[in-house]
Design a protein around this ligand. Structure first.
Ligand SMILES: N[C@@H](Cc1ccccc1)C(=O)O
Length: 508
């Protein structure tokens, strides 16, 4: 019998009485594990070896886990500081205990969120108590960290920690659990017989080289078969972020629906962001808490004078015979102030006014998929910046049916078929609708956008004489519905879930 060199080496290193792992074979033969795995599959096909497969779990401390194993868990440090401060007799001011504990940055939150859960005491309206019966020496998580301290990747079976504690440590990101497939190989009777009869090494070539080609030798050599099922080393190459991929897909879909792309500044005058949208200057969203103002420069230089006059008049007197304005002061200097745009509707006002690319004739459709900035509180569905899918359609006669139909057509392209609408209020649209979709795993309704038909008070000063329906949709929320993640921070920023970003398949 003739076999390629690597298969012969594996047969000679394996045994008929005892199972040998691929790693052990790789070591014994001095071949890379991938080559051994390939050879093992070939030999299995030929009935020369039996392969036993199992999945092994190994456990290792993460960097954070190692840190706490060396120092103490943040909640234990908090407990010790609380005891020190006498919180076992009377509640103590939280700030004082945190200061004394030496905990800093994110560790403070970590300590607080585990403190009460583990019965170290209570935290209530800024005060902390310590339960004198609590015993840090009996803290299962701390003891598990101590057990794992100083070990590297350790087989699950060899780690003396109960399943619940391990799960908790995994959830806290203090241990990493990885799975590996272990293959063990035993020689079959046939292999033993063949080995006794003697197996010759067939010279096979695994790879065509320039030398083989130029010398013409390739014509005579025997090539090794490819095994497309063999395990290969895993490569983690660069990848376009799923948010960017989806933004591109949204653009393609909208272009396919006949839309043209708008562009414009991230920092803009409040005039374009708010005043042109008939947003009163005393609207709560226009206070300094909600906007990111610019320190330098603070104001825009150029605004079209005629337009400023018409917008001012609409704010003060309203539009049309029965028009009503806001009867509140309107200040041009306030309108000139610069800020990071809180919505991309500033692009729509620039385009609709004719200032950006000249007069636009109906029918026309425009969109953008761009960043906007808001001073929100960070939580699973809010960030300080996100991507807005802005869009509008200008035509002679538009109704709510056109608006709803457009959304249904748009979202259906992403497999989302159950959009719901809720009446809403915007100073610049009438009627207005919020859009909701259903989260694929939690089943909760998620707000995905805001829309409406622009009011006369907005369109008339801009010089638009026909109907315009418009919207702003959140790209990140669309992603949530498509891929089922629950926290926006899984895809953005320092806490992002690399597994999710690497493995999510974006389909066109
Ligand atoms: N500007 C709105 C979206 C919107 C745009 C155009 C019309 C109606 C609503 C928002 O950011 O929520």
């Amino acid at each position: 019998m003739q076999l390629p060199e690597s298969q012969v080496a594996v047969l000679e290193a394996a045994s008929a009485d005892e199972a040998t792992s691929v790693d052990a074979l790789a070591e014994a033969t001095d071949l890379p594990p991938e080559t051994v795995t390939g050879a093992v599959f070939e030999l299995e096909d030929e009935g020369l070896v039996a392969v036993d497969e199992r999945v092994d779990e190994t456990i290792a401390l993460t960097d954070e886990g190692r840190e706490y194993a060396a120092e103490a868990l943040p909640e234990v440090r908090l407990y010790e500081a609380a005891l020190e401060a006498g919180a076992d007799t009377d509640p103590v001011q939280m700030g004082q205990v945190i200061g004394a504990s030496g905990l800093e940055g994110p560790q403070v939150d970590i300590a607080l969120s585990n403190y009460a859960r583990k019965g170290y005491g209570t935290i209530d309206s800024g005060e902390i108590t310590a339960d004198s019966d609590a015993d840090p020496d009996a803290d299962a998580e701390a003891n598990a960290l101590a057990t794992l301290k100083g070990t590297g990747e350790t087989p699950r079976d060899a780690v003396d920690v109960d399943a619940d504690t391990l799960e908790q440590l995994d959830r806290r990101g203090l241990v990493g659990i990885s799975e590996t497939t272990v293959r063990e190989v035993t020689l079959t009777e046939r292999a033993v017989t063949e080995l006794m009869a003697g197996i010759e090494t067939a010279e096979t070539v695994g790879q065509v080289t320039p030398e083989l080609l130029t010398s013409g030798e390739w014509e005579d050599v025997e090539f090794a078969d490819y095994n497309v099922e063999a395990d290969a080393e895993q490569f983690e190459g660069g990848n376009v972020h799923i948010l960017r991929q989806t933004a591109e897909r949204v653009k393609d879909v909208l272009v396919g629906m006949g839309f043209q792309e708008m562009e414009g500044p991230h920092v803009d005058a409040d005039f374009w962001i708010n005043d042109c949208l008939f947003m009163p200057q005393d609207h709560p969203a226009r206070t300094h808490w909600d906007r990111f103002a610019l320190e330098e420069p603070t104001h825009i230089d150029d605004l079209p004078e005629d337009l400023v006059d018409r917008v001012e008049r609409a704010h003060k007197e309203g539009v049309g015979e029965d028009g009503e304005g806001y009867h509140s002061p309107w200040d041009e200097d306030f309108a000139r102030a610069l800020a990071l745009r809180g919505h991309t509707t500033s692009l729509s006002t620039r385009y609709l006014s004719g200032e950006q690319i000249g007069e636009i004739e109906p029918p026309a459709r425009f969109f953008s998929v761009e960043k906007v900035y808001r001073n929100d509180t960070l939580d699973p569905t809010h960030l300080l910046e996100f991507f807005q899918i802005e869009g509008w359609v200008m035509a002679e006669d538009l109704s709510v049916r056109d608006l709803m139909g457009t959304f249904e057509e748009f979202y259906a392209q992403f497999g989302i078929e159950d959009i719901q609408f809720k009446p809403h209020y915007n100073p610049y649209t009438e009627p207005s609708f919020e859009l909701f979709g259903t989260h694929p795993t939690t089943g909760e309704l998620v707000e995905i956008g805001n829309s409406g038909i622009f009011r006369e008070e907005m369109l008339e000063p801009l010089g638009v004489e026909c109907d315009v329906m418009a919207w702003g949709l959140a790209l990140e929320r669309l992603l949530m519905l498509m891929y089922g993640f629950e926290d926006i921070r899984d895809i953005h920023g320092t806490l992002c879930d690399l597994e999710l970003l690497r493995n999510t398949e974006v389909t066109y």
